[in-house]
Design a protein around this ligand. Structure first.
Ligand code: FSO
Ligand code: SF4
Length: 548
């Protein structure tokens, strides 16, 4: 196997024997295969559009789900991956019949031999691209598209619910781009310059995808608002929900209403508490635990059923495996998987019945945290914030969005947050916040020093806020704002967030705790020269650098 798509890749170079994440070589090979056939299907979709044929919506759903499955810590279930490969081949075969063109197709578009997929998988992975710069760019684009697919999947889940949304054009364009870009990574004729341009274009569509999701979330559940979230527990049995899918959470809240079972969030589900629509559920009681990588201890202590709606899943201990349920793109052999029915709805009754037999959660901590500073809420506070900047009470904003992870080097972010001057405010989104959201960093004239916009996809909110501040201060360039970007990354959703920020013209982003292994020296050089991307240093050095 060879995989280097996440920050924790072995030796900062590549996982070759088995994944640091727990992904074994067979799963890795099958995921490579799934990505490759998805690119083949995308090429067929591109050809259909060139021939002015309509590409059915199911094709886009398949592409999006397939990519999501291959994101770090999403799916470890070989059988589920094999099913997706077969479905994709079947879809591709059917669609290819409608093509009339005579242009040669790539091997990925032509291949159709499911029986030998494991043998074939050996030759279609990352290392099948020999030139290291082309490989680097193809993977940068592919990982960005995986992140984009995750966000599109959430937006699509809410599509049927939300009314009066005018996002059809954005959706169609993003689907067409997703498939065009995937197919482009198969094209041997594309130069490094062309692929670099495509990576930046991926960022532009990343902004569109995050805007679509923002629209889907806020039109379904209202705009996030300042909220105090309990981090303690109550005496009732509970169900813990992790991951990013708000529609899954909503269905679970409806089905647990009145049953005497409490619902808690874990990791990236914490921001669900900020949405007005979920506040009506008195049994939606708080957040339990921390970021994804602490789940083994925390899931153990929770005592009740746990629902993983998306990554990040850590291979579970046997002790709580029978309490762990997966849904959507997530899967783990031996854990129960909840599929949506024909009507798109999910039935959580099995979990609910199990919860009734379980003890209440073990208390890990007490108190509360405050969040809900997505764009609408921050813009409602624009006046005092602008005043605080003008008066010098706030000197800098520090965007510390992104991911948390197991690497001890990530303690940098806790130390960095503690060392910040008292007139600096942290803007955050994603599970990175757990490194400093319980530090009680205080406030500046009533404005908390940690403003949590939400999940990693809500990094979009941070961009909206920055653009608004630029307007308010009458600046020409977003980089003239008193904002520092010190972003922590882990998996591929962070890649689309990074590409999105670059496409918005944000420069001098610091990325840590290490730079991606998939950036070849030449590609990294381009990012440094064109965008001023840099790594991190020691907290002491970085304080001097940022606050000179
Ligand atoms: Fe974290 Fe995992 Fe949201 Fe990621 S839970 S690491 S960037 O999946 O998606 O922030
Ligand atoms: Fe290694 Fe990360 Fe790939 Fe897992 S996802 S195999 S840890 S590079």
């Amino acid at each position: 196997m060879f995989c280097y798509q996440c920050q924790e890749t072995a030796g900062c170079a590549g996982c070759t024997k088995s994944g640091v994440c727990g992904k074994g070589p067979r799963t890795a090979a099958l995921q490579d295969m799934l990505v490759w056939v998805t690119k083949g299907l995308s090429e067929v979709a591109v050809r259909m559009r060139e021939e002015n044929q309509n590409v059915p919506d199911e094709v886009n759903s398949q592409v999006v789900e397939n990519l999501f499955i291959t994101i770090t810590n999403a799916n470890f279930d070989d059988e589920a991956i094999i099913r997706k490969i077969k479905e994709t081949l079947e879809m591709k075969r059917e669609l290819a019949k409608s093509l009339s063109g005579t242009e040669p197709m790539s091997p990925a578009a032509l291949w159709d031999d499911a029986e030998h997929m494991e043998e074939k998988a050996k030759s279609v992975g990352v290392l099948s691209t020999e030139d290291e710069d082309i490989r680097s760019l193809r993977e940068l684009i592919t990982y960005g598209l995986k992140g984009m697919a995750a966000y599109l999947k959430h937006a699509a889940a809410l599509e049927a619910k939300a009314e009066n949304r005018n996002t059809a054009d954005g959706k169609r364009d993003t689907a067409a781009f997703l498939e065009k870009a995937l197919a482009a990574t198969l094209n041997p004729a594309l130069t490094a310059e062309e692929l670099t341009a495509l990576a930046l274009e991926t960022g532009e569509y990343g902004v569109t995808a995050m805007a679509l999701l923002d629209e889907a979330n806020t039109s379904s559940y209202g705009h996030p608002e300042i909220t105090e979230v309990s981090i303690g527990v109550r005496k009732n049995p509970g169900i813990l929900v992790s991951g990013h899918d708000l529609y899954d959470l909503e269905q679970l809240l409806e089905q647990t209403d009145g049953t005497g079972i409490d619902v808690y969030t874990h990791s990236e589900m914490l921001p669900a508490h900020y949405y007005p629509a979920f506040k009506k559920y008195s049994h939606f009681v708080g957040n339990y635990g921390n970021a994804w990588w602490k789940q083994k201890e925390e899931f153990e202590a929770f005592g009740g059923p746990i629902l993983l709606t998306t990554n990040c899943l850590v291979p579970p201990r046997d002790s709580y495996k029978e309490r762990l349920y997966t849904t959507g793109a997530v899967g783990y052999p031996g854990c129960r998987h909840i599929e949506a029915g024909e009507d798109g709805k999910k039935d959580f009754s099995q979990m609910i019945n199990q919860a009734k037999q379980c003890p209440s959660p073990v208390e890990l901590e007490t108190g509360s945290i405050v969040g809900g500073f997505a764009h609408n809420q921050v813009l409602a506070l624009a006046e005092p914030i602008v005043e605080a900047v003008k008066s010098g009470a706030i000197k800098k904003f520090v965007v510390m969005a992104g991911c948390d992870g197991r690497a001890p080097s990530r303690n940098y972010y806790t130390d960095f947050a503690k060392a910040l001057p008292k007139d600096a405010v942290i803007l955050t989104a994603g599970c990175a916040k757990y490194k400093y959201n319980k530090l009680n960093l205080g406030d500046i004239g009533g404005i908390p020093r940690v403003l949590d916009a939400g999940q990693c996809n809500d990094s979009y909110s941070l961009a909206v806020i920055a653009l608004k501040l630029k307007e308010v201060f009458g600046l020409e360039d977003i980089n003239d704002l008193p904002i520092i970007y010190n972003i922590a990354w882990y998996e591929q959703k962070a890649v689309i967030v990074l590409l999105a920020l670059l496409s918005l013209g944000v420069k001098n982003i610091h990325l840590g705790p290490t730079l991606p292994a998939f950036l070849s020296p030449n590609v990294a050089k381009v990012l440094v020269q064109q965008f001023g991307i840099a790594g991190i240093g020691t907290v002491e050095d970085d304080m001097k650098l940022f606050f000179k």
